[in-house]
Design a protein around this ligand. Structure first.
Ligand SMILES: [Zn+2]
Length: 293
């Protein structure tokens, strides 16, 4: 196991309430529940994972931009804007920005050398402009979709993605040929070794978006962590193969099964989602049992 990672922590850029049908699909079409739902979930985190790697600080996702609650022109206008307001309700205080949250953990935003985006939805890209020294790793599949008609309706605001000065690196995830790597990721067959040392492996988990990616974090002494973005909003639903009520169900199911297969081979695997209230406790427990070893 590589000893390249010294610390893993997380922060949240405010919180978001969504619809119960968003967390767990109930068979009704998204458009139906989006227009008729009267309930919101309790506030959920907007998590960013922070990984100290010996080559520099790595983030997985960058949270939601505070401008979304302070700038009346942040969201699209008209009917598309109406759908955005029906989908999610954000609360982001002055101390909830990515920069402020990193500072609370003892880091500067300028320390970040790499930020991996699980996908390009607003609540994952919000901090990109705050990271002057970071290369932003995105899926080449999702990158190719940002200007497609309909992308805005599906939650990708190209204007907020294509920020001047932000350095993007679109990546393809190649098939794995190395036997040791293959054993680490099976039943996945593709992985991108982000740092070339086996400590950070990007895995394809399409469904929430066509190019959605998860990050397998392998640190010495720590249980393997799988950061899954929005593949699920509640990891306790994974085992029953209950997938969210948004996005493409077939892809979500296939990726969920692959994650379950990985956990079968590595029973200590800790799955951490971006908006799961359980995530912070799961990470804290993994870190506590690592230091007890
Ligand atoms: Zn999303």
């Amino acid at each position: 196991m590589p000893a390249a990672i010294t610390k893993v922590s997380m922060l949240s850029t405010g919180n978001v309430a969504i619809r119960p049908q968003h967390v767990r699909g109930n068979g009704t079409p998204m458009l139906w529940w989006l227009l008729t739902s009267r309930r919101w979930t309790a506030p959920r985190p907007i998590d960013v994972y922070v990984i100290e790697h010996r080559d520099g600080l790595v983030l997985f996702d960058t949270g939601q931009d505070r401008a979304s609650v302070t700038d009346p022109h942040f969201f699209p206008r008209g009917i598309v804007g109406f759908f955005y307001r029906r989908l999610a309700r954000f609360a982001i205080g002055a101390g909830d920005t990515l920069t402020a949250q990193l500072a609370a953990l003892g880091y500067r935003a300028s320390d970040v050398t790499t930020a991996v985006l699980s996908h390009l939805h607003q609540d994952h890209i919000g901090g990109i402009a705050e990271l002057p020294n970071a290369e932003i790793v995105v899926s080449a599949i999702d990158w190719a979709e940002i200007d497609r008609p309909g992308a805005l309706l599906e939650g990708v605001m190209a204007d907020h993605v294509r920020v001047p000065g932000v350095r993007y690196r679109p990546v393809d995830i190649p098939p794995v040929t190395d036997a040791a790597m293959d054993a680490a990721i099976a039943p996945f067959t593709h992985a991108l070794d982000l740092r070339g040392d086996g400590s950070l492996l990007l895995l394809p988990t399409p469904g929430h978006s066509p190019g959605s990616m998860s990050l397998l974090v392998r640190a010495e002494g720590l249980a393997p962590l799988l950061l899954v973005g929005d593949l699920t909003y509640d990891v306790s639903l994974l085992a029953g193969e209950h997938v969210p009520g948004v996005s493409e169900k077939k892809g979500l199911l296939a990726s969920t099964r692959a994650v379950l297969g990985l956990r079968e081979r590595h029973p200590d695997l800790v799955v951490l989602a971006a908006h799961d209230p359980a995530a912070s406790g799961l990470l804290a427990a993994a870190v506590a049992s690592a230091s007890a070893r």
